[in-house]
Design a protein around this ligand. Structure first.
Ligand code: ZN
Length: 509
């Protein structure tokens, strides 16, 4: 083995150890730590982050990378060796461009913005958050100025979450979604509305049912755990230490869908090839691809008819009082309800992307200075009316609902909608390769889907970009049509819509 490669790998392994230790501390902070620990925990995390960053941007790493050019070329593009050198070189060049004083300012600004956002949201008063929005976008403009290899400034921000994807490409996809999804929401109209069957769903029974579902998906207690938090999330301190969280309400079963969602994230990390452990390649390739996996298990599996053919009788048995009189079709209708609403995280499959497109557009306008932060609530409300036909009653349920801008995570939102789009693209391929999938789901079997995803997608970790991954897995670039086909089919099946809605140039595809 090449000695420079071995040295690079060893140095990166220690950096990964530091980062994964920080990940474990963050999990602990959200799941176990008493609130009094937060000040000291912030210091510990800052120290770990600083050491990891200093070690990574070290010129010695650059010299190793330079010396490995011919080694890289001698290996196949998809080999671990070539991929590790290629991806590390990209990360290293990027990390070196941002001066450490700007990084410190970004961290400090986020730390100050977070409590201001919490208070502003509580009081539903945007003016308390306004100076922080101004500051965040001003700092992000300085961040953009550190780079020169982009077509438009937003590319730089998007790249942090979706490496090498360009804003123009996302815009094309989103314009197409908008042109179809706005009329689709209108066409479904009130037929899409449905209320959760009123009743009491004891949390202990919810947990039991949920566990039956994720066990069948592939939740193995040897390598997984599940805890309860206010905001569900997934964390992977290592490939064989996957932690998901969920939450429960006594009056609804929404927690089940959160569990399936987080399971999808966890499975991606769990099925990365063992040889990538302790390298920077040992995680999902991008946030969009990650979200495609969570949405696949939550929506394409967990809201499908075959899934409920198996689980519906069990669910009824678990909650006989609340669901005894509910029919299968009503349940299917309910889990696929379409109802324009104010809150993104509660949005359904048809309206969800419109919440994202609104944020994507506003972020670009704020970054370019086209939109002044002081006019943001008005712009938000106008677009909610235009895209979803809903009136925003206050800032709490409007512009203040998401934490992302407080954290400086600008360019993050598009990855949620990209996840929907990519999930449907991969799903069409899965169905071609696994023709018996539906009958397997009807038996409560999910092993062949899990294995297919492991073999075709998960095992590669972060070796390839999203575009490369799509080319390898589905043989096509990012394409909104499979998602639109999926939505139209589902709406026709759930609500018997007459034909497809909207200007559907692709309904024959
Ligand atoms: Zn997610």
């Amino acid at each position: 083995m090449n000695t420079s490669y071995r040295e690079l790998k060893e140095r990166l392994a220690e950096i990964v150890d530091l980062e994964k230790t920080a990940e474990l501390l963050r999990w602990d902070q959200q799941v176990k730590m008493p609130p009094g620990g937060s000040a000291a925990r912030a210091e510990r995390l800052a120290t770990l982050g600083r050491i990891a960053h200093e070690r990574f941007v070290d010129p010695g790493i650059g010299r190793l990378l330079d010396g490995l050019e011919s080694f890289e070329e001698s290996r196949p593009y998809d080999s671990v060796e070539a991929s590790l050198v290629r991806v590390t070189r990209r990360d290293w060049r990027k990390a070196r461009r941002v001066p450490s004083d700007l990084l410190v300012e970004l961290t400090r600004a986020a730390a100050l913005a977070y409590p201001a956002w919490v208070e502003a949201r509580q009081r539903s008063d945007f003016s308390l958050f306004l100076p922080h929005v101004e500051r965040q976008f001003e700092l992000r403009r300085r961040y953009v100025d550190c780079f020169d290899d982009f077509d438009e400034p937003y590319d730089v921000l998007l790249d942090d979450f979706e490496p090498e994807m360009r804003t123009a490409q996302v815009r094309r996809v989103f314009e197409r979604l908008k042109a179809e999804q706005i009329p689709l929401v209108e066409a479904v109209g009130e037929r899409g509305h449905a209320d959760h069957p009123p009743g009491h769903y004891p949390v202990e029974r919810q947990r039991r049912f949920e566990r039956d579902v994720v066990d069948r998906f592939g939740f193995d207690p040897e390598a997984w755990r599940c805890d309860e938090t206010v905001h569900p999330f997934e964390s992977a301190p290592s490939r064989n230490d996957i932690r998901i969280t969920t939450r429960h309400f006594e009056d609804s079963l929404d927690g089940l869908f959160a569990a399936m969602h987080e399971f999808g994230h966890g499975l991606y990390e769990h099925q990365v090839a063992p040889e990538l452990e302790r390298t920077p390649l040992c995680r999902g390739a991008s946030l969009g691809l990650h979200e495609s996996q969570s949405r696949m298990w939550e929506n394409l599996v967990g809201r499908s008819r075959p899934f409920w053919r198996f689980f519906w009788p069990r669910l009824k048995e678990t909650f006989p009082q609340a669901l005894g009189d509910v029919e299968t079709d009503d349940w299917f209708h309910l889990v696929n309800r379409v109802q324009p609403s104010l809150i993104r995280v509660e949005a359904d499959e048809v309206t969800y992307n419109l919440h994202i497109i609104l944020r994507f557009e506003l972020e670009q306008d704020l970054l370019s200075g086209h939109l002044k932060p002081t006019d943001l609530p008005e712009a938000w409300n106008a677009r909610m009316e235009e895209y979803l036909g809903v009136e925003v009653p206050d800032d709490r349920r409007g512009v203040l609902q998401d934490v992302h801008w407080a954290g400086g995570h600008i360019g993050y939102f598009p990855t949620y909608a990209l996840g929907n789009v990519i999930a449907a693209q991969i799903w069409e391929r899965v169905q071609e390769d696994l023709p018996d999938l539906e009958s397997e789901f009807e038996q409560g079997e999910f092993g062949s889907l899990r294995a297919w995803l492991g073999e075709n997608l998960h095992k590669h970790g972060r070796k390839f970009t999203t575009a490369e991954t799509l080319e390898r897995v589905v043989g096509a670039p990012l394409d909104p049509e499979p998602y639109l086909r999926y939505l139209r089919d589902k709406m026709e099946s759930a609500y018997a819509l007459p034909g497809s809605a909207g200007p559907s140039e692709s309904s024959a595809g």
